[in-house]
Design a protein around this ligand. Structure first.
Ligand code: AMP
Ligand code: GLY
Length: 455
């Protein structure tokens, strides 16, 4: 097996660049391809054009590449059953099946699943028609003073409306169900009680039976500093976060992540892949805001560089059902990931501009590409989120300073980014590295170094 595996990553974002970068560093990997990839992934492997939603085309690329392992990064191809199609074609693919990806793809299914398995989440009701939704809002329990209204289906992370008033709640039902602003994703809605508390995400690598903690992070979904402006795919993230100290992590694994993995197996939908638990730490303990069936973006860029264990070996263990006997190790390092976006993001973007200054970035800062193409040897912006710059340090404050010192060396026309990623927690020292699931750690290892992911 040494140095002989061929890995294919499906997707074109900075999360997929991070996955490809991890694969390229693996001692058991001989080559990496990314389909369709971006200008950054072209520097860690070979880019191959494909529509990630076209399962047959993805299978054809995997065969042509003689891939030993395919890793699917994003929600849409997972929900479309790309992993199932690859498995039917005899190709080893990592990620949940379509049935298991329901935990993200249908909020109705996901909430009902949590209820069946006693996983703490906000109380909720499901509605298949708008009139019933409006009636419920009028007569709802007093304890439900404020609500969140959620489109059932995938809506590029935008299908949730957190309402401050009754008027807003009714408007949310109208826009999702009657005006179908999120298309068919709004055929049904979940109306749930609004919770409050700080939010963080916990990621687990799962083999269908066993879940292993693989990192926790906090992302920043709003466009502007101070959590203002429209929701985006994510403007930055940092890891670890003191919101999920080792004690709380044990609780999250015991009450949320393990029951989810056990429940999925019991329901005949074993979850193999990265499980993303979006959590709110309420006065009554951690509650699930949402499950996702994949790594977060930009959370992957913050979390995966902290992993000391070889990611490909860990994925292989998950695919073989060997996670119970596999330990994951983490570097004693904090990361701060800052997304650089185009002018106009997340609405109508202006792109097509040269990216300057990457050659000036420190060798130990990481730059993962999302919306980049190469034209005549020049890097050009294409899309909304363009790059994620990841700084590292022994404290979050150090990681933040490292990230922003490098962000300032990069420039493209209209570049926008948040200046407050990780700010609230920046003075918290990096906790001891967690081993496995927050149990007492092994001796700390030094910060992960070197090997830039390609500028
Ligand atoms: P989601 O797409 O489900 O992660 O929701 C997007 C954001 O809406 C979350 O990150 C929360 O900040 C907020 N949110 C969702 N559900 C609730 C809830 N029940 N109470 C308060 N905030 C919520
Ligand atoms: N950063 C949020 C997500 O990946 O859904």
């Amino acid at each position: 097996m040494q140095n002989s595996m061929r890995v294919l990553v499906i997707g074109n974002g900075a999360r997929e660049h991070t996955l490809a970068w991890c694969a390229a560093r693996s001692p058991i990997v001989s080559s990496v391809a990314v389909a369709p990839g971006n200008a950054g992934t072209a520097r860690v492997g070979q880019n191959v054009p494909v529509d990630p939603l076209d399962a047959q085309a993805v299978a054809a690329v995997a065969r042509a590449q003689r891939a030993d392992l395919v890793v699917v990064g994003a929600d849409d191809p997972l929900a479309a059953g790309v992993v199932d199609a690859l498995a039917r074609a005899g190709i080893r693919a990592f990620g949940p099946t379509q049935a298991a990806a329901q935990i993200e793809a249908s909020k109705v299914w996901s909430k009902q699943f949590m209820t069946r398995h006693g996983i703490p989440t906000a109380p909720f009701e499901v509605f298949g028609d708008a009139a019933a939704g409006h009636r419920f809002l009028e007569g709802r329990p007093r304890t439900w003073e404020q609500v969140a209204v959620k489109a059932d289906g995938l809506a590029r992370g935008k299908g949730v409306i957190v309402c401050d008033s009754d008027v807003e709640a009714h408007e949310a039902v109208t826009s999702i169900m009657e005006q179908r602003v999120f298309g068919d994703a709004g055929r049904a809605v979940v109306i749930e009680r609004r919770l409050s508390g700080p939010e963080a995400s916990v990621f687990a690598l799962c083999d269908g039976e066993t879940a292993r903690f693989i990192g926790a992070a906090r992302d920043h979904k709003r466009l502007l500093d101070g959590d203002r402006g429209p929701n985006t795919g994510g403007m930055g993230a940092y890891s670890p976060t003191a919101l999920v100290p080792p004690g709380a992590l044990d609780d999250v694994m015991r009450r949320i992540v393990r029951p989810a993995v056990t429940g999925m197996a019991a329901e005949g939908r074993p979850f193999v892949g990265f499980l993303y638990a979006g959590l709110m730490f309420t006065p009554d303990g951690p509650h699930v805001i949402e499950f996702n069936a994949r790594f977060g973006d930009p959370e992957a860029q913050a979390v995966l560089p902290r992993l000391e264990t070889d990611l490909v070996e860990a994925i292989e263990a998950a695919l073989d059902g060997r996670l119970a006997g596999t330990e994951l190790r983490f570097a004693h390092v904090a990361t701060c990931a800052v997304c650089l976006a185009s002018e106009g993001y997340p609405e109508k973007v202006r792109d097509g501009f040269p990216v300057k200054g990457l050659e000036a970035v420190d060798p130990d800062a990481l730059v993962f590409h999302a919306g980049t193409i190469e034209r005549d040897g020049q890097l050009i912006t294409k899309g909304g989120r363009i790059l994620t710059v990841v700084g590292r340090g022994s404290t979050l404050a150090g990681a933040r300073a490292h990230a922003y010192a490098n962000v300032e060396r990069i420039h493209f026309e209209g570049m926008q980014y948040r200046r407050d990623i990780g700010e609230g927690e920046a003075l918290t020292p990096c906790p001891s590295p967690t081993r496995g699931e927050g149990s007492s750690g092994r001796a700390a290892s030094s910060a992960a170094g070197g090997e830039a992911p390609g500028r």
